[in-house]
Design a protein around this ligand. Structure first.
Ligand code: PHE
Length: 340
């Protein structure tokens, strides 16, 4: 008996579904079948009074009814949609002459763009870029730069040692002696890349960051050459109005050593939030190459002289584009990165 009842319901619904012309009609049929007050809900309620065997049998039949109707509704839904689409085409609502959506395209990361810009400014002055070693040995990272194992300057360069000899480089200066040994003066070289230090993360520090090392060696190179070269760089990078300030600083591999600040590009040196109301922003460390470094490279310090500098790529990018927090470069926020 139940079987015949299900069959009857199923036949009726399949006919109703097939003759539904709109999505709304289909929706109505759907709720009269599967809704809270729908036929299937009623059939399920009726089952409460049956014994286990009959419950099984009825359950099966109700499921068949449900899938038959659902399939029929799925097919009809597609047919209705196709008819609608066809009507839209015919009435000209769909403009097939509209250009398609362009696929999203990526762009070069801002740090790479800034790195390339810095390199090209120095290349125009004759510097040649050289790839460096991200895993450096203790000798080139420290010893050859006049930082022996007992030197306190090592403390500020705490990093990850791979074994007793190798470490993740703490600066790009390790390339100085490597390049000097491979070639001979006159040399004007640049070496960009990743560096690692045991620095706590904050708005200005990241344990992984990028530097560009630059150095020049020849006969009769003076501190005046260093100043002229780096002033030219700052003007090209931050604008012709930029001026520079040199202050004495200490790095074991240069003598004398200095840090260079550029006049703040936001306030032109007047003092604002970006420059901490100083008017100046520190951008690099530099100095005249120490005789001990020349000795490690096998050069006669009485014959040759030279200067070296190391600048932070993130630092330059933050100043140039007013980026307030170094972490923004690494968070891979598309909104942020696609601005550049
Ligand atoms: N290597 C130094 C640092 O990372 C920067 C520097 C490079 C200073 C060359 C002087 C000369 O702090």
């Amino acid at each position: 008996m139940f079987n015949a009842k299900i069959k009857e319901i199923s036949e009726k619904f399949v006919v109703d579904i097939g003759s539904a012309d709109t999505k709304e009609m289909l929706k109505e049929i759907h709720s009269s079948l599967l809704g809270k007050k729908g036929i299937i809900t009623d059939l399920l309620k009726e089952m409460a009074y049956l014994d286990v065997e009959a419950k099984k049998e009825h359950g099966k039949l109700i499921n068949i009814l449900k899938t038959t109707c659902e399939n029929a509704m799925g097919i009809r839904q597609k047919e209705i949609e196709e008819v609608l689409l066809l009507k839209e085409f015919e009435s000209g609502k769909v403009d097939i002459t509209l250009p398609s959506r362009m696929p999203l395209s990526g762009n070069i990361h801002i740090l790479t763009q800034v790195e390339e810009e810095i390199i090209s400014i120095f290349q125009n002055m004759g510097f040649i870029p050289v790839d460096g070693n991200e895993i450096e040995d203790d000798y080139h990272n420290f010893e050859a730069l006049n930082i022996p194992s007992y030197h306190p300057a090592r403390d500020s360069h705490d990093t990850l040692f791979i074994d007793d000899k190798y470490l993740l480089r703490t600066h790009t200066s390790g390339m100085q002696v490597r390049i000097m040994k491979e070639t001979s003066p006159p040399i004007a070289a640049l070496s960009p890349g990743k560096c690692v230090r045991h620095d706590a993360v904050d708005a200005k520090h990241s344990p992984v960051f990028h530097q560009i090392e630059g150095f020049l060696v020849d006969k009769h190179i003076t501190f005046g050459d260093l100043k002229g070269c780096l002033e030219h760089f700052c003007k090209k990078m931050f604008g012709e109005k930029t001026s520079i300030r040199l202050r004495p600083d200490y790095f074991p591999f240069v003598e004398p050593g200095a840090d260079i600040s550029a006049s703040c590009i936001i306030c032109n040196g007047e003092g604002c939030k970006t420059c901490g109301y100083e008017g100046w922003i520190e951008i690099l460390g530099c100095g005249m190459i120490h005789p001990k470094v020349f000795e490690h490279a096998g050069y006669d310090p009485y014959l040759y002289s030279g200067f070296a500098f190391g600048l932070g790529i993130e630092r330059v990018a933050m100043i140039k584009y007013g980026v307030p927090d170094i972490r923004m470069f690494y968070e891979n926020d598309i909104e942020f990165l696609s601005q550049f």
